[in-house]
Design a protein around this ligand. Structure first.
Ligand code: ADP
Length: 319
C-alpha cells in the first residue's frame, strides 16, 4: 500500500470527520500517502482530490458533517461515469480506497471492488439501517439530538395536555424513532417495520386521557407515514387537537457524541489496517463493542432484524 484514497458519500453523519482523521493519520503513521477525495464518487470522476498531511485533519474531530464534502452522484451509476472513476484511480495510483457512507455508497464500493479496486467500507449514516452492524457512525449523535427535542416538546405538550406527533428520519429503518421513543418515554412508536393500526392509536390516546395522562407523545419514523396525514386519520376517530413536529435536518448536524467519535477513530484506523494486511473488499461493523470486518457482498445481502423487544417494551412502559 503506497497510496490510499478516502471519501465520504451519501448522507453526511456526525463522526465522519473522526473517521477521515483516523484514516489520514493512521495512514501517514504507516508511511502511506493519503488522498482526500472531494464530494464522494463525484471527486473520483472529476479527479478532485488532494494529498492530505497531518494538519489537513487538524481540528475536525469535534465537527459534524464531513470536511471532504459529500454528494449523491448519479453519474457514478452510469457505465461512463464509473469508467471515469476507474481511470482516475489508475491515474492517481490509488492502491486502496476507504468509502465512508451508507447502503448506497457500499453498493458503489462493491462495484469498485468487483472491478479490481481494493476497497474498505466504513458505515456512516444516522439511520442505522445497515443489517450487518449493530451501530453506524452518526446514529448515536442523531439519537441524542432527537431525544433533546422530545424532552423539550414534552414540556409544552404536558403543559397544554396535548397529543403530539414527532416525525424523525428513517425511511426503511425505524431505529431512530424506536430508541428515541423508548428513551424519551413516548406513548407510541410508529415505524416501517410494524403495521400501523390507527383505531388502536386513537383508543390508546383516549384511555390515557381517561386515566389522567397529561399528554401523548408519538414518535413516527418518516418511512411509516406522514405526520399530518396520520394526524388526520387519528382525528377521524377522536376529535382532539394533535400537533405535529417534523424534526428534519437538525437530526443530521451537530457535534458528534463520544461514541461516534470513538467509532470513527477506531474504524478509520482499522480500515487502513485491513488494507495493509490485505483484508480487502470488506466493510467494518460493530458487535458486542468490538469492531469486525465482513465481505461487502455478504454484508449487503443481510436483512436487518427489527428490535421487537424494544418495540414491545415501549408499549409496556407507556401503559
Ligand atoms: P447512502 O450511502 O447514504 O445510502 P446514497 O444511497 O445516496 O447514500 O448513495 C450514495 C452514492 O453511492 C450515490 O449517489 C451513488 O453515487 C452511489 N451508489 C448508490 N447506489 C449504487 C449502486 N447500486 N451502484 C453503484 N453506485 C451506487
Amino acid at each position: 500500500m503506497r497510496t490510499i484514497g478516502v471519501l465520504t458519500s451519501g448522507g453526511d453523519a456526525p463522526g465522519m470527520n473522526a473517521a477521515i482523521r483516523a484514516v489520514v493519520r493512521y495512514g501517514i503513521y504507516n508511511d502511506i500517502n493519503v488522498l482526500g477525495i472531494k464530494k464522494g464518487y463525484r471527486g473520483l470522476i472529476d479527479n478532485d482530490m488532494e494529498k492530505m498531511d497531518l494538519s489537513s485533519v487538524a481540528d475536525i474531530i469535534h465537527r459534524g458533517g464531513t470536511t471532504l464534502g459529500t454528494a449523491r452522484c448519479e453519474k457514478f451509476m452510469t457505465k461512463e461515469g464509473f469508467n471515469e472513476a476507474l481511470e482516475t484511480i489508475k491515474y492517481r495510483d490509488i492502491d486502496g480506497l476507504v468509502v465512508i457512507g451508507g447502503d448506497g455508497s457500499f453498493r458503489g464500493a462493491k462495484e469498485l471492488s468487483e472491478a479490481g479496486v481494493k476497497t474498505i467500507g466504513i458505515p456512516g449514516t444516522i439511520d442505522n439501517d445497515l443489517a450487518y452492524t449493530e451501530y453506524t457512525i452518526g446514529f448515536s449523535t442523531a439519537l441524542e439530538t432527537i431525544l433533546d427535542a422530545v424532552t423539550k416538546i414534552r414540556d409544552t405538550s404536558s403543559s397544554h395536555e396535548r397529543t403530539i406527533i414527532i416525525e424523525v428520519m428513517g425511511r426503511n429503518c425505524g431505529d431512530l424513532a424506536l430508541y428515541s421513543g423508548l428513551a424519551g418515554g413516548a406513548e407510541m412508536v410508529l415505524i416501517p417495520e410494524a403495521k400501523i393500526d390507527i383505531e388502536n392509536i386513537a383508543e390508546k390516546i383516549t384511555s390515557g386521557m381517561a386515566r389522567g395522562k397529561k399528554h401523548s407523545i408519538i414518535l413516527l419514523a418518516e418511512g411509516a407515514g406522514d405526520a399530518y396525514d396520520i394526524r388526520d386519520k387519528i382525528n377521524k376517530f377522536i376529535d382532539i387537537p394533535i400537533r405535529c413536529t417534523v424534526l428534519g435536518y437538525i437530526q443530521r448536524g451537530g457535534t458528534p457524541v463520544s461514541y461516534d467519535r470513538l467509532l470513527g477513530s477506531r474504524m478509520g484506523a482499522q480500515a487502513v489496517k485491513c488494507l495493509i494486511e490485505g483484508n480487502n473488499n470488506v466493510v467494518l461493523g460493530t458487535k458486542d463493542g468490538k469492531i469486525f470486518h465482513m465481505d461487502i457482498e455478504k454484508a449487503l445481502n443481510m436483512k436487518k432484524k427489527f428490535d421487537s423487544e424494544a418495540f414491545e417494551l415501549t408499549k409496556i412502559l407507556s401503559i
